[in-house]
Each structure stands twice: as structure tokens, then as C-alpha cells.
Ligand binder design. Sequence first.
Ligand code: ATP
Ligand code: MG
Length: 368
Amino acid sequence: MYVKQLELKNFRNYQGAFLSPHPRLTVLTGQNAQGKTNVLEALHLCCLGRSHRTAHDRELIRWGTERAAVRLQVARTDGTHDIAVTLTQDGRRKQVKVGGTQIGRIGELMGHFHGILFSPEDLAIIKQGPAERRKLVDMELSQLYPAYFYTLQRYMRALNQRNSLLREMQRGHGGSAATLQAWDEQLVQAGAHIVGQRRAYLALLAQAAAASYAGISGGTEALGLRYQTQIDSDGDKAQLAAQFLHRLRETRADDIRRGSTSVGPHRDEMRLTLNGREARVYGSQGQQRTVMLSLRLAELEVVRMERGETPVLLLDDVMSELDPFRRRQLLERIADAQTLITCTDESDLAGASIGAVYRVREGTLTPA
Ligand SMILES: Nc1ncnc2c1ncn2[C@@H]1O[C@H](COP(=O)(O)OP(=O)(O)OP(=O)(O)O)[C@@H](O)[C@H]1O
Ligand SMILES: [Mg+2]
């Protein structure tokens, strides 16, 4: 798929802007704080209905204005589609339209426009705790399979309910074993689905990411990705559910004592290693960046395999910290996907076959 047009109204520092990216490589270039990332953020908003930088939609509305709007026209193998997101200051629910029809739940937006964003903030995924890595997997699976998104919501609701019940029981304020049993059932049904989907997805991702990493680094280092879950049954969904239920029973007394649920996919981990050593601990800046880029490129491969549609790559400031060899390798690897890339210095992209260049200055986009 590819973006044909993007229109911004009162979005961040743009009063009004229009972008018509090239089907291959488009470069957004300008000095710091001019609005480059804001464009990618607007595109991300059309993928998942939210910003990658903030959970507060209001921050996206241009200061002193009431209403921000982002409109996107995307071409897919099944035709051209419109996506429109409108945000208002009064904090009412955001309005999202797909093909002119307003959607009721944000899950209905998933998959219509599939963008894969790499941003400097991504390094947190490698450097910080397992929650960041779970979020990466969940966002990707939600875009691939909207049913996953709803299952995850069900799981988190059941988990919160179970935890508040556990806290009541911990304090001796009632809460019956029968109610706990009921939440266990819900947790297990949703949880088994989540573990099954993550396991299958991560097996594909691990393979593709290792290949990307080998390519970009010139094959001198090997990237490993391993899914770690407490429900370690290799079996089907029913077996995973049985295993999960068994673990919940085992830990029940402990859980009541702690007032929280100690087993389940909310404790999953995705371990990343370079030549067998933890990337989080031992990786250099450039290596960690390469790991993250490899994961993003691997996401692209997996979506292409699963959906038969190539997502759009949104690369924010990727070139800094990559040596010239890695830059060249990266540029070769993105060649067949529509890519929007930001940079402060165009010479970082020397040798790339650039389709379009936009100069970004104080919230204006000018084709160069
Ligand atoms: N709601 C808003 N209204 C108006 N301006 C905003 C709003 N939010 C952010 N800005 C402005 O947008 C600019 C930042 O834009 P952006 O993050 O896209 O910069 P950039 O070009 O990517 O810079 P860098 O190269 O430093 O990453 C800042 O100057 C900021 O003040
Ligand atoms: Mg930026």
C-alpha cells in the first residue's frame, strides 16, 4: 500500500499543509523543530488512532485553535481509501472516519492504513523493561488482526478485575472464591489466545529480524529474539488454556497474599541478544539502533507475508548513529516499500534514489 495524499489542518505546528508522497522514497528535510516528526506523527495517528509521542490528543491540536484534522488517502491492492481523524479541544471523543463512515470503536481503524514507524524514542523498547517490548508486539498484532486487539482489551479488563478482587481478599474484605474462579476463566480464555498469537508472530519476526540484522551489519553479528512466557506449553489453544489455568491455581494463595496476578501474558518477555549477549545491556548505540531497525524491517516482512500488502515505512531520523556501510545497507533494504524519511542533512542520504523531497520550515511543506 502507499499514501497518495496527506492533508493537515491545525495539526501541531501546521496551520494547513498538503503532502503527496512519492510511491517509493520521500525525504522530509529541515532544521530541528520545524515539523518533520509532526508529519510522521500524523500518519501514525491514521494507523492506530493515536500518537506515538503522547497519550494526550490535545497536544496535537495547534495552539490557540479548537480543532485539528488529518486526512489521508491510501492506495491498496483493493482500491483507494480515505481515512480522516478529527480532534477537538473540548476533549470529546476523537472522530475517526474510514471511507466517509464514522467508526464506533478504534479497533475498526486497525489495518486500513498500515504504517511502520521507526523513531528515536524506539530505543526505549530495547533499553527499558519488558512492558515496552510487549507493547511493540501488541501494536503490531493489533494492526494485523483486529480480533487480537479486542482480546487484549478483554484480557486487561479481566486482569484489572481479578487484581482488585485479590486486593479485597488480601485485606479480608470478602470476595468469594467463586468470583475469583469466574475471572480466572475469562483470563485464561483471552490469555491463551494472546500467547498463541504472540508465539506464532514472534517465530516469524525472529527469523526476519535475524536476516535484516545480518544484512545491515554485514553479517558480523547475529541477532537473537526469543519469546519467554510462563505458560510454556507448545500445544494448541486448549492446551495453553489448561496450562494457564493450572498455573493460576498453583499461584492463587500467593496472588491473594500479594494482591496481584503473578502469572500470565502480562508478564511475557521478548529477549533480544547479539551474539548471545543481552542487547539491552551490552549493545552499543549503533547496535541498538540496528536491532530496532531490523525489528521494524522484520515487521514489514511479516505483514507482507500475512496480508499480501506492503506497509508504509516511516523513518524518523534514522541515519544519525549509523555508519556509512549500515546506511547503505538500510537504503537497499527499504527499496520496495513506500518510505518517508526525515533528516536534517540531506547528504545523509547520499546514493539513495530519492523520489521526492519536501523542505520543512516552521510548519510549512515545500516540494523541492
Ligand atoms: N500543539 C502544537 N501547536 C503548535 N506548535 C506545536 C505544537 N506541538 C508542537 N509544536 C511545535 O512543533 C515543533 C516540533 O516539531 P517536530 O517535532 O516535528 O520537529 P522536527 O522537525 O522533527 O525537529 P527535530 O529535527 O528536532 O526532530 C516545535 O517547534 C514545537 O514547538
Ligand atoms: Mg523530529
